[in-house]
Design a binder for this molecule. Structure first.
Ligand SMILES: [Fe+2]
Length: 128
């Protein structure tokens, strides 16, 4: 079994006056070490792309580890990204405020998914 590690990501607006975003992502490595990366997204599309990369990486690691619920979890990722893209489009059209979009990312993606639903697979990476 691989060393226990989780992937965490937090997205915060870089400032209140711009739509730039900063994302710090904790990424486990196959050798058991951890690498932190920081992504500065110029806009919401770039931020969602970074979340997509995080989800793809997580899903790949879960498949490699033989996590039995990986396809269910991957479907959750797809749903979160699809909804995020829908909200981003509404924001682009002026229908949805940036605060509402940020609330979705902070609550649904980070608080509900990354901090709760992702916990279901933590035992897969627990030390033997
Ligand atoms: Fe996940």
């Amino acid at each position: 079994m691989r060393r226990a590690s989780s992937m965490r990501q937090a997205a915060v607006p870089a400032s209140r006056t711009t739509t730039a975003w900063a994302v710090k992502q904790k990424q486990p490595c196959r050798d058991g070490s951890t690498v932190w990366t920081e992504v500065r997204a110029a806009g919401i599309a770039e931020l969602l792309a970074a979340v997509g990369v995080h989800f793809e990486s997580e899903t790949r690691l879960l498949r490699e580890a033989g996590y039995p619920e990986v396809e269910v979890h991957a479907a959750l990722h797809e749903g979160l990204l699809r909804r995020g893209r829908e909200l981003a489009e509404q924001h682009r059209q002026g229908i949805l405020g940036l605060g509402d979009l940020f609330a979705y990312l902070a609550y649904e993606v980070v608080a509900q998914h990354m901090l709760k639903e992702d916990r279901a697979f933590f035992p897969v990476f627990a030390p033997g």
